[in-house]
Design a protein around this ligand. Sequence first.
Ligand code: IMP
Length: 184
Amino acid sequence: MLRTADVLRRTGGHNVKSIVFDEAAIAARVEELGREITAAYPDGDLLVLGLLKGSFIFLGDLVRKVERPLQVDFLVASSYGAGTTSSGRVDLLYDPATRLEGKHIVLVEDIVDTGNTLRRLLGTLTARAPASLSICALLDKVAMHAPMPEVRFVGFEAPTAFLVGYGLDHAEDFRHLPFIADLM
Ligand code: IMP
C-alpha cells in the first residue's frame, strides 16, 4: 500500500481522498479480463479499439493478457455537444486506420458514467459493419446509467465519486498514477 508521502510525490502535493483500487487489485482484474476476452473470441479477426486518452494505460496492460491474435487501434471522439447528428453518430477527431468490416471489435473505455459517449460511438462504429461490437470498460458507474448490453467486459463497478489515475484524469492531471483514487 502506498504511503501518503508516495502519493504526494506523484501528485505534486495534491492529496487524494482515498485509493479506491490499488495496483495489485487492478493487475489481478486486468489479467482476468484478458482471460475473459481470450475465451469470448475463439475465432475470427479481433480488433481492440482504445478510446483515447483515458484508455491508454488500461489497453496497454489488457492486450498483453489476451492470448490470441489481435490488432490494436485507437480513436478519438469529439467532445460532448459537438458533432452529434440525429442518427446518434459522432464525429471522430482521429478515425481508426484499420478496417472494421467483418471483425470482432472490442471498444476499450476507461469509465462509463452516463453512457452518452459510448451510445454515440456505437452508432458510428456499427455503421461500419463489424462482425460484432462489444465494450470493455475498466470502470462502470452502474448507478449513473440504464443497463447497456454492449458493455460486456467490466473491470470494476465504480462508486459515483470522481476517480483519477491509471489513465483517468482531472484537467489532464493524474493520468499517470499507478492506482485509481477518489480525488475529492
Ligand atoms: P459518459 O459519457 O458520461 O459515460 O462519460 C464518460 C467519460 O467521462 C469517460 O470516458 C471519462 O473521460 C469521463 N469521466 C466520467 N467519470 C469520470 C471520473 O470519475 N473520472 C475521470 N473521468 C471521468
